[in-house]
Design a protein around this ligand. Structure first.
Ligand SMILES: Nc1nc2c(ncn2[C@@H]2O[C@H](COP(=O)(O)OP(=O)(O)OP(=O)(O)O)[C@@H](O)[C@H]2O)c(=O)[nH]1
Length: 432
């Protein structure tokens, strides 16, 4: 289930990890080169403007190369940027530094003036912090290099650019709806840029958390506790199922009958699909297999009347749940949509669930939206998740409609239905 998408998400995690570590290492190496080298990176960096006050040159004069001797470079770099390290590098939110954080170095000036090195380090750190504060692209090369030297990696926008582009393509290929993909990328950017990871955790873990949160945010939209709602509703609880033809509506109703009966609730099924020849026989077979009461009318009858009879039956026989099938319809079919409105008026269902198949991807997302616009739904049942490698519909439907996915169909057996759990879904996608 959703294996294709899982692979793509794994590869995003690896991409970010590689890019972030390569970029940070490169910058640390650049920072170790003599200021006089005049290379492009130095020309852009603040220290070339006033070489004497440059933390880079200070580190250069005392440290060999981070690449050659990471440990001594680490201690030199952390000395040279002691203020920056204490006050901002450990602060994962500190992508920009406000004046109050940069100023203490100046405030300390009177005491530290007697100690040339400390004073210089403070000034340099303050200058670096101010440079960084002026640069809204991220924490800045200097701070990043210093962080790297102390065993930390700060994620920058440039580390994410290519991997995020790849991720966007992967999400769209997996049938994730465009706005949902954008939302996921925005959340990842927001959660990762400027984040510092210490030696104890890997960049991969940081990406994992960002991916987890980004997916969870879109997948969990509108979630409510289905069982609790049923338990709290006055009996009988009437649930009507809608959707297009052949997506697994009738099978899902049969699975739901088993689901409720397993919880000790009694069920009556009603065949509101009076439109399609053979619909009565199909649902009749399920009713027999499950030993569940079924109410039907002749083909061509009024679907609202069938459901009304089922509710009356439930009331008369103390049945807990009425499950109403309806004819498969397109939202463009005015007649059939009018039927749904009539059902709404006549039996006032407690819930209307939209059924579609996960394998339909973007089409399922589009249909969920149009059904919800035409006749408000309370949630969705996504069938054939067992056959879906993409996961696009499962990720997108709640965000696009504002209504939660409540159940996943996971096979053709009566027990092959599970409550949709956003956390479990995210774990399936980004878990180990
Ligand atoms: N693999 C798999 N197949 C499913 C699942 N749910 C339903 N099916 C199969 O999908 C096919 C169509 O299911 P139906 O229940 O007849 O579909 P429907 O939407 O009621 O169709 P209409 O009554 O024509 O509207 C059947 O062969 C089901 O066994 C599922 O979760 N996984």
């Amino acid at each position: 289930m959703f294996d294709g998408l899982k692979k793509k998400l794994d590869s995003f995690r690896e991409d970010v990890e590689e890019t972030a570590e390569e970029n940070a290492a490169e910058e640390a190496d650049l920072d170790d080169e003599p200021a006089a080298s005049g290379d492009a990176a130095d020309a852009e960096s603040p220290e070339t403007e006033s070489p004497d006050a440059s933390p880079g040159s200070q580190a250069d004069s005392t440290a060999p190369s981070v690449g050659v001797d990471a440990e001594s470079a680490a201690s030199d770099a952390s000395e040279a940027t002691a203020v920056a390290d204490d006050e901002t590098i450990d602060d994962v939110e500190a992508t920009t530094v406000d004046d109050s954080e940069a100023k203490p170095a100046e405030g300390d000036g009177s005491e530290r003036d007697s100690d040339g090195t400390e004073s210089l380090a403070s000034e340099e750190a303050a200058a670096a912090l101010q440079e960084d504060a002026a640069d809204d692209s991220g924490p800045g090369r200097l701070k990043r290099a210093a962080a790297f030297a102390t065993g930390k990696i700060i994620i920058e926008e440039e580390d994410l650019e290519d991997p995020l582009w790849e991720l966007e393509m992967a999400l769209l290929e997996s049938d994730v709806e465009m706005n949902v993909a954008e939302e996921i990328l925005d959340t990842i950017r927001e959660k990762m840029i400027g984040e510092t990871r210490a030696q104890v955790e890997t960049t991969g873990e940081l990406v994992q958390t960002a991916l987890h949160d980004a997916l969870y945010e879109v997948i969990s939209v509108g979630q409510f506790d289905f069982d609790e709602r049923v338990a709290e509703s006055e009996k009988p609880v009437t649930i009507v199922f809608t959707g297009v033809n052949g997506v697994g509506k009738t099978t899902s109703i049969a699975k739901m009958a088993r689901y409720f009966e397993n919880q000790g609730l009694s069920v009556v099924m009603a065949n509101g699909d009076t439109y399609r020849a053979g619909a009565n026989e199909q649902i009749q077979k399920h009713a027999e297999n499950l030993d569940t009461k079924l109410i039907t009318h002749e083909q061509g009858g009024d679907p609202a009347a069938v459901l009304y009879d089922a509710v009356e039956y439930a009331e008369a026989h103390d049945v807990d749940v009425v499950l109403g099938d309806t004819a498969g319809r397109l939202h463009t079919s005015n007649d059939l949509m009018a039927q749904l409105e009539k059902i709404d008026r006549v039996v006032d269902p407690d819930m209307t669930l939209f059924v579609d198949e996960a394998v339909a991807g973007q089409d399922a997302v589009e249909r969920a939206k149009t059904f919800n616009d035409a006749a408000e739904i309370d949630g969705a049942v996504l069938t054939k998740a067992d056959a879906d490698s993409n996961g696009g519909a499962a990720i997108s439907i709640a965000y696009v409609t504002g209504k939660p996915i409540l159940f996943l169909g996971t096979g053709q057996g009566y027990d092959d239905i599970e409550r949709f759990d956003p956390e479990r879904m995210v774990e399936r996608l980004v878990g180990e």
